[in-house]
Design a protein around this ligand. Structure first.
Ligand SMILES: [Zn+2]
Ligand SMILES: [Zn+2]
Length: 309
């Protein structure tokens, strides 16, 4: 590729990286024993947490699958990746496209125009790469750690991963020069990775729908997310527990047992702009009938939230 005077793109998904815990020996990722959701790392205080049922545990010292001690959260940034590529291909001209290299608004344009004018051979970047670029000299796309986005605790994580993987893959092979996509992953057998690597929308759709039905997530149910933010973590936690208790009472007294209550739990992004976030998810055919009788002052209410993170 380089000696043919063509270009390459390396894509690294950063979302979810820091909290994704897996074994570097066998690829095993830590999941909740109750519901098979990914466990996410919340620091040594809170340890590992399931955002669906609240299950928590400490970080294990050994992989439960193969016994290796190489189990930990991830942290490969684009800067580190650039460093590694530089060592491997010292003659290649590299360009990095991420939040650090795009502090100004014009930086995006600048990087793109540099790359499309072939003033660099390899473009290394994050989500930004998924945008609709037309780069005829790009004949190789490498996706690093393709499974990372799958391990976010959100029912749409698979759908988003599939979208981003197929979009990024689409950057190669738009030109008469042809193209190749290489996915690097610790979970090659995962249905999302399989379908994305074959551009197989139908089989992804079928499988994903099956999972949503099994776990009764949309489109088989409706969701309401109730979120409470506060400067004080104990206050936010207390409010969330109080409201959850009232919701449980309401469900009991009205006989609405088909409505499920998920939480209260800290949100995946547990602190934003200095505020602690706690949330309760209601799931059912019409969970909104619970709302009128609840004291929701100070709560943010989201019906059919696009993301649960
Ligand atoms: Zn769980
Ligand atoms: Zn292992």
């Amino acid at each position: 590729m380089l000696n043919k005077n063509q270009q390459a793109i390396l894509f690294l998904n950063r979302r979810g990286q820091a909290t994704y815990v897996f074994c570097r020996q066998c690829g095993h990722s830590l999941r909740c024993p109750n519901d098979d959701q990914p466990l996410t790392w919340h620091g040594s205080q809170q340890g590992l947490l399931c955002h669906l049922c609240g299950y928590s545990r400490k970080m294990p010292s050994k992989c439960p699958n193969c016994g290796s001690s190489q189990i930990r959260q991830l942290g490969l940034g684009t800067a580190k990746l650039e460093e590694l590529v530089k060592i491997r291909f010292p003659e290649a001209r590299l360009l990095r496209w991420d939040a650090d290299t795009t502090k100004n608004k014009d930086d995006h344009e600048l990087i793109l125009s540099h790359f499309s004018a072939h003033r660099a051979d390899i473009l290394i970047g994050t989500q930004m790469l998924a945008k609709g670029l037309d780069l005829p000299l790009v004949t190789l796309v490498g996706i690093i750690l393709a499974e990372v986005g799958l391990n976010l605790p959100d029912y749409r994580a698979a759908e988003r991963s599939f979208q981003v993987l197929t979009q990024v893959s689409g950057r190669a092979g738009r030109s008469p020069l042809g193209g190749e996509v290489v996915l690097q992953t610790y979970q090659p057998e995962n249905y999302v990775i399989q379908a994305a690597s074959h551009h197989d929308f139908t089989s992804f759709y079928k499988k994903e729908l099956e999972y949503r039905r099994m776990l009764s997530y949309p489109p088989f149910s409706r969701l309401i997310r109730l979120e409470y933010r506060h400067l004080s973590q104990p206050k936010a936690e207390h409010e969330a527990h109080q409201l959850a208790a009232l919701i449980t009472d309401e469900i009991e007294s009205k006989g609405l047992r088909q409505t499920a209550v998920i939480g209260p739990l800290p949100a995946y992004y547990s602190r934003m702009h200095g505020l602690w976030r706690w949330q309760i998810i209601l799931r059912g055919q019409n969970p909104e009938i619970l709302l009128p009788n609840l004291p929701l002052r100070g709560w943010q209410i989201e019906v059919d939230p696009p993301s649960l993170l």
